[in-house]
Design a protein around this ligand. Structure first.
Ligand SMILES: NC(=O)C1=CN([C@@H]2O[C@H](COP(=O)(O)OP(=O)(O)OC[C@H]3O[C@@H](n4cnc5c(N)ncnc54)[C@H](OP(=O)(O)O)[C@@H]3O)[C@@H](O)[C@H]2O)C=CC1
Ligand SMILES: Cc1cn([C@H]2C[C@H](O)[C@@H](COP(=O)(O)OP(=O)(O)O[C@H]3O[C@@H](C)C(=O)[C@@H](O)[C@H]3O)O2)c(=O)[nH]c1=O
Ligand SMILES: [Mg+2]
Length: 285
């Protein structure tokens, strides 16, 4: 399958590069999401048989100050990509986030549950979802959460950095979700793109997150345990860790449909974390 992928340096894009070396990856210079028409033109001019969008504006707090830019990148560009794919009749796999939800309650969110983003990043991603659905075609919107990998910026790398400097860290314990390795997401995107070629009627919105669900504080504890760091984690409420953008308290995603339709069960993030930590060790060595 000839694949065109937007993004080349992000967490998921890098893992796609490792798993689909024959695909064409568009860096920011070759496919700038600030220019949605250029993204559509790149697809139209390509011989691609499927497109994956692994690029996005992901700075949750900064988005509060740059909502227009976030909306161009996270909504207008994916909209243009989705229309271009629908016109060509090829699958389009797009990633979205738990932050489209308001985080109330403690039940896992089903894919058709009401959305209600708490901040600009979530709003921009929700607008992207709506536009991709409107374009029709063989699209999958794959919502994931709490992405980590050996590359880029993520909670695991932040904890390793802070944990090496500090004996104790205060981490929010009232936000719960599924940490998800970028490598597992990349594998899922490739499987879904292939599946959609044969079965375009399986289009729609799906959830894919690592299991089990945990709080950020418990995620941090497992990071320190596996990394052999003695850093102590103190549970704190979100109110004790003020941020420009509010985060959802309940980020649990019901991933049943993804397992049934695509044979993609929730990966155990603790096993994926072990792989990421050994990748980081290998880089250091
Ligand atoms: N990170 C997370 O925790 C989560 C992410 N997601 C979603 O998963 C997807 C992948 O996220 P992730 O891999 O973590 O993202 P990263 O933040 O690691 O990478 C984002 C990528 O997007 C690229 N990008 C940003 N702006 C533009 C632009 N204007 N034109 C072209 N490329 C651009 C960046 O390029 P450059 O290096 O040049 O800046 C980078 O390659 C996104 O859709 C995100 O919303 C969902 C849930 C959680
Ligand atoms: C560094 C630090 C963070 N925290 C909290 C803040 C926050 O609630 C939580 C995670 O912090 P982060 O900044 O890594 O989280 P954040 O950037 O909001 O992560 C989100 O990114 C976007 C792109 C998504 O789509 C989401 O799924 C999610 O992964 O940890 C502490 O409580 N103590 C600390 O020392
Ligand atoms: Mg972040």
């Amino acid at each position: 399958m000839s694949l065109l992928i937007f993004g080349s340096t992000g967490q998921v894009a890098r893992e796609l590069r490792a798993r689909a070396p024959g695909a064409r990856f568009l860096s920011r210079a070759e496919g700038d999401l600030e220019d949605p028409r250029a993204c559509a033109a790149a697809i139209a001019a390509s011989g691609a048989e499927a497109v994956i969008n692994a690029a996005a504006y992901t700075a949750v707090d900064r988005a509060e100050e740059e909502e227009d830019l976030a909306t161009t990148i996270n909504a207008a560009a994916p909209a243009a990509m989705a229309w271009a794919c629908a016109k060509k009749g090829i699958p389009f796999v797009h990633l979205s986030t738990d932050y489209v939800f308001d985080g109330t309650g403690d039940a896992p969110r089903e894919t058709d549950a009401a959305t209600g983003p708490l901040g600009a990043y979530g709003r921009s991603k929700l607008l992207g979802e709506e536009a991709v659905r409107e374009a029709g075609g063989a699209f999958v919107i794959l919502r994931t959460s709490w992405v980590f990998s050996a590359h880029g910026s993520n909670f695991v790398k932040t904890m390793l950095r802070l944990g090496a400097e500090r004996a104790q860290l205060k981490i929010v314990a009232d936000q719960v979700g599924g940490p998800t390795a970028a490598g597992d997401i990349a594998g899922a995107c490739l499987k879904i793109a292939t599946h959609l070629q044969d079965t375009p009627e399986h289009r729609g919105t799906f959830h894919f997150a690592g299991a089990p669900d945990v709080s950020w504080a418990d995620f941090a504890r497992e990071i320190f345990r596996q990394a052999g760091l003695s850093t102590a984690v103190e549970d704190i409420p979100s109110s004790a860790y003020p941020t420009p953008a509010k985060r959802p308290a309940n980020s649990r995603l019901d991933c049943t449909g993804t397992e049934v339709v695509f044979d993609l069960p929730r990966p155990d993030w603790r096993q994926s974390l072990a792989r990421v930590l050994s990748d980081l060790e290998a880089v250091k060595a």
